[in-house]
Write a protein of this length. Structure first.
Length: 58
């Protein structure tokens, strides 16, 4: 699994189908089509959608 935003491999799973990138501090969810929806996490744990990654994630 690589981050759809920065392509880092420092990605951890936080929940079923939900991943967190330790380099750019976003969460992302792989979609059925292989594209990831990305979310910014603020201090209160609120998620702000950043959009969809440009490349399919593996
Ligand atoms: Zn990243």
């Amino acid at each position: 699994m690589t981050c759809p935003r920065c392509l880092s491999h420092r990605v951890g799973q936080v929940a079923a189908g939900q991943y967190y990138c330790g380099d750019c501090c976003i969460e992302f969810t792989p979609g059925a089509d292989g594209m990831a929806r990305m979310f910014l996490v603020d201090e209160e744990g609120e998620l702000t959608e950043l959009g969809t990654g440009e490349e399919k994630i593996t």
